[in-house]
Design a protein around this ligand. Sequence first.
Ligand SMILES: [Zn+2]
Length: 167
Amino acid sequence: MHSYTESEIRKSFINCSKGASQRINIPQDLFSIDWESQIFLSWIDPKSPRTGYVVAETENGLRGLVLEKNPHKGKGGARMCQICLTLHPGSGVSLVSIQRSKSAKDRYNTVGTYLCSDLACSDYTRGKRKPEGIRQMEETVSLDDRMDRTLTNIRGLIQRVADGMGK
Ligand SMILES: [Zn+2]
């Protein structure tokens, strides 16, 4: 990724109001990351752990999504993140819902998908982090291809949300 300022990141959110985007909690250490090695930006709201944010470079510029993690039901086996294709045991993957509207009133028009609960898809893709106690799929693709795949998947998710909003 290129590097971005806080106001560029706030402006990138497509599924919340301008006022809400101003109130998003952005951890300050986000700005000291190694931008070049990030596939996309993501963080969990430090004050509201069920809320998360993803921001990616797309063909329509920088675009971000607010997402809501569903409470984990605590059963079932391994699940795969639909963005970075990492397998996690138990609560390592969360069902998230993403509102397809700028207005908080329109809560029923949502997109759902499974994502790494800590939203660290960038790190998992690059092998910087690995879920414990589970074997991953055997992969023959190169690191570059895996990074491209993760980026394509997050862009696809952002586009699915944008499509439902006429963007
Ligand atoms: Zn992931």
